[in-house]
Design a protein around this ligand. Structure first.
Ligand SMILES: [Zn+2]
Ligand SMILES: [Zn+2]
Length: 342
């Protein structure tokens, strides 16, 4: 099969790889689209350790091409999105349902072979059928949405409350949409980029704050009667916004730390855990049930994934695609998708 191979730091080639085998409990998926995620770019740039050389990619959709003899949940020809995580089903965490923390599995395209390939073989429990009404390209964003759904399931007080979403990249925009449809009274979207704020507004944000023009902490306090927000969702994963979250959250409120931050941050106001009585929640990937919830939300029209894909590259130009995203895109970039086949 044709596949991309991350050979070394910042070097991807496209060539022939051996076809995957299909154990009895696996399905063979013919890959249509696979998005370039920030995590893929970090691996490509050598900023995140990975089992190189390997096939990169983890945000993938395609069609079930064939099924193993024990498979009953999926049928040949169904459109599917893949869980980005491979898990063992039997370790300490898997038996407790936390497949996102599996001791033996890992992320496709990092610990195990990835999805920028014509075919991939996965356990039937790691593929989720979605309706024809969602395009293969847009459906790659189910992988982002399932992590957003999982994290917001862990956050209290959203119905009727105020929610700040720091950062309006593709995950931030999904957080904005989900907080609004979950019943937040006031969703406050914050980012430097004005066009992203316009998208956020269309997708449900009640208030938008352009960080380049105003002090975002002051602006949030003004919008919340000087108290701060009930829930602050940090999606950018950078020190500046991770620290702002502590100032924007109200006493007894919750910070949902969604963005993957730097290894260490300095300047955390340590006493605010006590004096503000706050809760800080971490969140890693998601659980299989979050795919089902995400597919229901999109199938019913409550969440729109289509505006999130802004750029496309054929598999043969994958190196160019990674360089484009690594350079920050063109000023109008949310998600770039690699078209593996049509
Ligand atoms: Zn990803
Ligand atoms: Zn496991």
């Amino acid at each position: 099969m044709r596949a991309a191979l991350l050979e070394s730091k910042k070097k991807i080639s496209v060539g022939t790889q051996s076809d995957p085998v299909i154990p009895n409990d696996h399905v063979l998926v013919s890959v249509t689209s696979s998005a370039i995620c920030g995590t893929d770019v970090s691996i490509w740039a050598g900023k995140m350790p990975a089992n190189i050389p390997l096939i990169p990619g983890h945000e993938c959709t395609g069609t079930v091409e064939s099924i193993g003899s024990d498979v009953s949940r999926l049928k040949v020809g169904e459109k599917v999105v893949l869980n980005p995580l491979s898990s063992c089903s039997s370790c300490f965490y898997c038996v407790r349902g936390y497949t996102n923390l599996c001791l033996n599995g890992g992320l496709r395209g990092r610990e195990v072979p990835g999805t920028f390939a014509e075919y991939i073989s996965v356990k039937e429990t790691e593929a989720f059928a979605f309706p024809d009404s969602v395009s293969f390209e847009a459906a790659t964003n189910f992988v982002g949405l399932y992590t957003v759904v999982y994290s917001q399931r862990k956050a209290p007080y959203i119905p009727g409350g105020s929610v700040v979403v720091l950062g309006q990249g593709s995950s931030g925009l999904l957080h904005t949409q989900l907080a609004k449809i979950s019943g937040a009274e006031k969703v406050i979207a914050i980012t430097r980029s004005k066009w992203k704020l316009e998208v956020a507004k269309k997708l449900g944000a009640d208030e938008i704050i352009p960080t380049g023009e105003v002090d975002p902490v002051k602006a949030v306090l003004e919008l919340t009667d000087g108290l701060g927000a009930d829930v602050v969702i940090e999606t950018a994963g950078v020190e500046e916004t991770m620290l702002q979250a502590f100032e924007m959250v109200r006493p007894a409120g919750t910070i949902l730390q969604f963005g993957i931050g730097p290894e260490k941050i300095s300047g955390v106001p340590g006493q605010s855990y006590y004096f503000k009585d706050i809760t800080v929640i971490g969140s890693r990937a998601g659980l299989p049930e979050d795919f089902e919830r995400s597919i229901n939300l999109v199938a019913s029209g409550k969440i729109d994934l289509e505006p999130l894909v802004t750029h496309h590259f054929p598999l043969e130009e994958i190196q160019k695609g990674f360089e484009f995203i690594d350079d920050g895109g063109d000023g109008g970039t949310l998600r770039a998708v690699i078209q593996v086949s049509s």
